[in-house]
Design a binder for this molecule. Sequence first.
Ligand SMILES: C[S@@+](CC[C@H](N)C(=O)[O-])C[C@H]1O[C@@H](n2cnc3c(N)ncnc32)[C@H](O)[C@@H]1O
Length: 221
Amino acid sequence: MNSEPVHHWDRVYRSLGSGPAPWEIPETPAEILRWIACAPAPARVIDLGCGRGHNTCALAMSEHDMVGIDFSSSAIGVARQVAAQLGLDNVSFEVADILRFRARQAFDLAIDYSVFHHIHPGDRGKYRDTVAALVRPDGLFGMVCYSDQDPSAQGGPDRVGSLGNTIHHPTADEVVSLFSGDFSLKEHGETRLGQRRHHLAHRFLFRRRTDVLSVDVRQGP
Ligand SMILES: C[S@@+](CC[C@H](N)C(=O)[O-])C[C@H]1O[C@@H](n2cnc3c(N)ncnc32)[C@H](O)[C@@H]1O
């Protein structure tokens, strides 16, 4: 089994039209503001699975150098339009799959707001390798994802959300052990997701270890 296919997400974004998605809240989430406060200013930041780029553009308006990637071309098309309307020249968007994406220059901070739980557990190693390759030594990685403690997760680790997305609820231990080879855990706590903030979620902030070789080097011939 693979993670949710891209055509599913394209269909979701097309069906939303100009209305908000259930995960889009008007204000920049407090967790993202917390992560950015821990990074240098201005920071070079990548927003993984940026969707229509509302958080990416908000951080670009605060002078950070932003890259947003998402594999949905519908979502990235909207994100580019919004950035152009706002006259932002310090943000770029790319249609790309997180499981394969690599960049020439490393980032001070990578953020994942509400994406990891859409990655199939069998693909989590590829996801982790991308994050490790993108974040510079001593850089940061912040993530908010649904929690296995959310009441809707009861009865099994997976559920199908209102828009037909499969959600794979990770335990905190699963996330920490996935990243522990490349990152040290700086903060973990509970938060809420959804427009009504009614879903229990994990929030993590990791710091990239300085004592490990980069993933790309380790995987080299
Ligand atoms: C719940 S939405 C969150 C979007 C955005 N982070 C936000 O807060 O608005 C999940 C996003 O992850 C994207 N996504 C899921 N799997 C992906 C993958 N393998 N590569 C790139 N994007 C992915 C989807 O297209 C979707 O835009």
